[in-house]
Design a protein around this ligand. Sequence first.
Ligand code: SF4
Length: 350
Amino acid sequence: MTTITDIAPSQAASAAQPLHFHAKPAPQPATDAGTDAWRVEDVQALFDLPFSDLLHRAQTVHREHFDPAEVELATLLSVKTGGCPEDCGYCPQSVHFDTGLTAGKLMGVDAVREAAQRAKQAGATRFCMGAAWRAPKDRDVDAVAELVRTVKAEGLEACATLGMLSDGHAEILRDAGLDYYNHNLDSAPDFYGEIITTRDYQDRLDTLARVRGAGVKVCCGGIVGMGESRLQRAALVAQLANLAPDYPESVPINHLVKVQGTPLADQPDLDPLEFVRTIAVARITMPRARVRLSAGRQQMSEAVQALCFLAGANSIFYGEKLLTTGNPDVAADMGLLAKLGLRPRHVSAD
Ligand code: SF4
């Protein structure tokens, strides 16, 4: 009897019978009345896949829609820090928690222009401005619109996160040239109340609808590691993937940064591989979105970040600081991208 070891490798290749794997069919969105919607259980089934199957599937989807070597660099600037009346349990900017943060007024045009120029020089293509408001007043929106014009004049994509918008606000920002509005869903609907009590899920959805209605691109994601279950992480991703009329163009996946003084300061660590799984599931369910590896990168090893890129993350926050918490420095990020053979995305903002 000839065994596979009796013949040369080239013969072995042709003599060997094809291998048959009995993999379960990969979960797909359910088709409901002509629309593709992800059911929470199908998203959870993705989370439950063997790790290498999940990453293979995510990387395959990623390559169908993006250059896998390209990473978007987005810089985040807090243009109005602290003093926020909301009580988001992860946030050092809330007035409800004593985190030692000094509140500040809205930054002026010159300071924002300088920050945008520095970000561009360092290689960023998107500039995101965050203001710690529950909901901006009309005059706040006008002031931020001026900041948007300033950022756009520097040839950067502009994004803003200002809290809940009222009717007409998104249109003012759009007319100033705003490309994206960020408003995160944070977590699953049934976990939201554990983290935030001063607004509800529907408030978030209403603002997202206003942003979409004005034709501004949506940046919307969430935070994991706040004590939610895997099922709740799946429910968050399903919410994002099913947002109507389309899922967000940009999906930041944040890892909780535990800030002393906030209610989540002593939250047990999330397994880093569960974070990677969350990125992969976001990539599979929202194939055309920029999935951003966002807060929490400073606490992540390079190996975990590399797995996140493999799982389909193709955007990072770039620069030494996020809104108030730390971020890997620019040289470390450039070193990591070079080590992985990744390169920054170039864009010409109009
Ligand atoms: S996350 Fe935003 S809305 Fe919530 S407390 Fe912080 S600044 Fe306010």
